[in-house]
Design a protein. Structure first.
Length: 124
């Protein structure tokens, strides 16, 4: 009986993890805090294609300004990827939390780094 319960729990965990496909369009807020402590608010827009743990697609401030996603990975609810824009490199480390993708972004440009927060929801 214990074996059956354990197998059932493993099956449920596998279904739950595979159900977390984030493929599609996501948009939301992007707030960066510069080295001087000043915050700037902007928008974020990403298009994800997920195959297993591999993540590809594009990201940028809106649907018309997009750059390719590099080094994209999905592990459980954790999502990591990079986007090299025409200027800064964005290193994204976020989590799928309910119907939101939220977390931290490190912005790197000309040897300077800044920290940002992002919060996105799926575009319907």
């Amino acid at each position: 009986m214990k074996t059956f319960v354990c197998l059932g729990a493993l099956w449920f965990a596998a279904i739950t993890l595979s159900a977390a496909d984030i493929s599609g369009k996501w948009s939301g807020s992007f707030t960066v805090t510069g080295p001087d402590g000043e915050s700037q608010h902007d928008t974020a827009f990403v298009v994800f294609q997920q195959k297993g743990t591999e993540l590809t697609g594009s990201g940028g401030p809106d649907e018309t300004r997009q750059w390719p996603i590099q080094k994209g990975k999905v592990e459980g609810g954790k999502i990591t990827f990079e986007v090299q824009s025409d200027g800064p490199l964005y290193k994204v480390d976020v989590m799928l939390v309910g119907d939101h993708i939220k977390g931290d972004v490190t912005v790197v440009q000309e040897g300077q780094t800044a920290q940002a927060k992002v919060d996105m929801t799926r575009v319907k």
